[in-house]
Design a protein around this ligand. Structure first.
Ligand code: ADP
Length: 466
């Protein structure tokens, strides 16, 4: 058995051909030596047999080997789909099958590696944080799309360049070199000026993959969060300040009254009058703060409906009329006939116009004019509140919609202003899917324009809650 197993798998046909040829050659040699056959006769027998044998050799050995060589070259060039079509059950067939197996295994391995790479790439692509991989010389190897957008760069353009060359920030570069030298991760916050000023939470981790050292830089944009934190702390400081001023005044007058008694009725009345007005200011502040926070957080229930602009303006003029009369200010309404209705909450829209009209009257000297006008512009309705008042300096224009921002604090206080009116306007209009703009010339007057979408039956937040 063992003996036969030794012969199993051995290609017997070429071996048998060699034996057969040798046997023939030997037989013809013998016949020729015994002069039983002439030289020409021996040649005539041997030559066709040798040619036949060569043909067998070519078909069985050389041809298949050529095919294997060609296929191996193609596989080496990367064409793993190439298969060798040899099915013979000999060594050459085995060799062909082994090469086919190697190619198939390589195919599977490469497919797995590609799938793994695609998965990692998809994760990197979907990350909101910027990821930059660098080598041990701090040269960029990879940049994910978030980092490309953050810094206005692209993988092809920055690959191989040093990180400092691409992102000109010395804090980032210094931290990266510390990580590369110390092989320990580092976290800090950095500010990057270009392409626009932004604050980043930076985390750099050393990268040790095989013999390739480097680091992965992770950048999270925390600008908005820091801005919100700053706004929150500014807001708390502002509220405390706004509360403290009237409270200090109330406390002062109450203490004076307690110390000096109430014997002087005129002085007592005067002091009580101040206390009453400061208390009124306090409750107005608290009310407006509560209203603003509700509008900001969209906790106000909108009564979404059609609002006739004429009716809305009449209602606002009725509220502001007295104030204007007291200050001898002319109020005009300039509304074209047949204005399309607005979709919105009538009370909130009235609040917007009241705040704008109130400001216009407040910041316009006696004898001035305040005009409300409306028009249709493309797919929007525009309502303007224009005055001939003191105007707003250009540098204050971008800030007047901020909470508590006032161009002239003392003057605003004196006029009963709190600094929340325009913030409320901005949020209500935003909640209605519109926007507010302002144009002003100091000494000449201001125009506040609100733009609201024309057709908006299903305004932001739906019919009930926006
Ligand atoms: P305030 O309660 O102080 O009026 P607002 O938020 O309504 O607060 O307005 C913010 C600031 O914008 C005001 O303090 C004032 O300086 C400026 N302002 C608003 N409206 C006008 C206007 N029509 N004319 C001039 N300045 C204005």
């Amino acid at each position: 058995m063992k003996f036969w197993r030794f012969f199993q798998g051995i290609g017997w046909r070429p071996v048998a051909s060699y034996f057969f040829m040798l046997f023939l050659f030997f037989a013809i040699l013998k016949l020729y030596a015994a002069q039983k056959i002439s030289f020409a006769g021996a040649a005539a027998v041997t030559l066709p047999l040798a040619a036949g044998l060569a043909w067998v050799l070519y078909r069985r050995v050389i041809g298949p080997l050529n095919e294997i060589i060609a296929a191996a070259r193609e596989i080496a060039r990367g064409n793993l789909e190439r298969e060798i079509n040899i099915t013979s059950r000999d060594e050459i067939g085995d060799l062909a099958r082994s090469i086919n197996d190697v190619a198939a295994r390589l195919r599977v391995t490469i497919d797995e590696i590609t799938a793994e790479k695609n998965r990692a790439q998809a994760i990197l692509n979907s990350m909101a944080d910027g990821v930059i991989a660098v080598d041990r010389e701090a040269r960029i190897i990879m940049v994910n799309p978030a980092a490309e957008t953050m810094f206005g760069i692209n993988q092809a353009g920055c690959s191989g360049k040093s990180l400092l060359e691409v992102i000109r920030n010395y804090d980032l570069d210094r931290t990266l070199h510390k990580v590369l030298a110390g092989n320990k991760p580092l976290t800090r916050e950095i500010q990057i000026i270009s392409p626009e000023p932004r604050i980043f939470h930076l985390h750099i981790t050393p990268l040790n993959v095989g013999n390739q050292d480097g680091a992965v830089v992770l950048l999270r944009d925390v600008t908005e969060r820091r801005r919100a934190e700053q706004m929150r702390s500014e807001f708390v400081a502002n509220v405390s300040h706004e509360l403290r001023t009237p409270l200090t005044s109330i406390r002062g007058f109450v203490e004076t009254l307690l110390d000096s008694g109430t014997d002087d009725p005129e002085m007592t009345r005067h002091f009580l009058g101040i206390i009453a007005s400061e208390t009124g200011r306090l409750s107005k502040l608290v009310e407006e703060l509560l209203y603003l926070s509700k509008v900001e957080e969209r906790r106000v229930i909108h009564r979404w409906q059609r609002v006739e602009i004429g009716t809305l303006v009449d209602r606002v003029l009725a509220v502001c009329g007295n104030h204007a009369e007291e200050k001898e200010i002319n109020i005009r309404a300039n509304l074209p006939p047949r204005l399309p209705p607005l979709f919105g909450d009538p009370d909130m829209l009235a609040q917007v116009l009241i705040n704008l009209m109130d400001n216009a009257i407040k910041y316009t000297p006696s004898g001035g004019t305040v005009t409300v006008s409306a028009s249709v512009e493309e797919d929007e309705i525009r309502i303007d509140v224009a005055d001939t008042g003191v105007g707003i300096p250009a540098e204050s224009l971008p800030r007047i919609f901020e909470r508590f921002y006032r161009v002239d604090k003392a003057r605003s206080r004196e006029l009963g202003g709190i600094g929340l009116g325009l913030a409320i306007v901005k949020h209500i209009i935003k909640g209605h899917g519109g926007r507010v703009e302002v144009k002003s010339a100091p000494g000449k007057g201001s125009v506040f324009s609100i733009f609201l979408p024309l057709e908006n039956p299903s305004a932001p937040g739906g019919n009930d809650n926006a």
